[in-house]
Design a protein around this ligand. Sequence first.
Ligand code: DX5
Ligand code: ZN
Length: 221
Amino acid sequence: KLAPLIAPSILSADLARLGEDVERVLAAGADLIHFDVMDNHYVPNLTFGPALCEALRRYGITAPIDVHLMVEPVDALAQAFARAGASYITFHPEATRHIDRSLQAIRDAGCKAGLVFNPATPLDCLKYVLDKVDMVLLMSVNPGFGGQSFIPSALDKLAEARALIDASGRPIRLEIDGGVKIDNIRAIAAAGADTFVAGSAIFGTRDYAATIAAMRAEIAK
Ligand code: DX5
Ligand code: ZN
């Protein structure tokens, strides 16, 4: 199993001081910066695009940026994020016509590629592209907003995804996104996740370092 990574979602950061807040959360021990891209089409909310990703790079952020595309269509924006300095780019399979081609295009652009599954979306297509994914992201809320509650059925689904990943023998990250908190992260890790997105649970606290340390301690239990 891969080392656990904590991925704060900047959806809940101080957007008027984003560069500083991202530096603060990285200094507090974050591993990845989770970057939620919403288009008011695939999801009923609107956030940020490649220009902001590029601005964070220009500001001096060198940590991996984990771009979660909640957009339709996928391919042109994925390429724009690759040029803007994204590290991981994940998309929802139902938002593209040609899943294999979209994954390959992200890899050809030099990024790690991944698929995101909504709470009620089956993992069916995953087995055909296990050789082309670097990350599997399971949504434990319906995408579109931060601060929602964790949907418990995501735990069984994590176990299902974990079995597929382990059988592949490939170093694929299993990421969970939505409602992750100090008090449920242990069960989430036990179900098989190794990469943990948390927005409100980190940015909603005063002491990011204490929160991230508490999460790591729970994962290690
Ligand atoms: C939801 C986003 C999540 C969200 C998580 O569409 O993909 O990344 O920001 O927020 P919390 O951790 O507050 O549930
Ligand atoms: Zn996300």
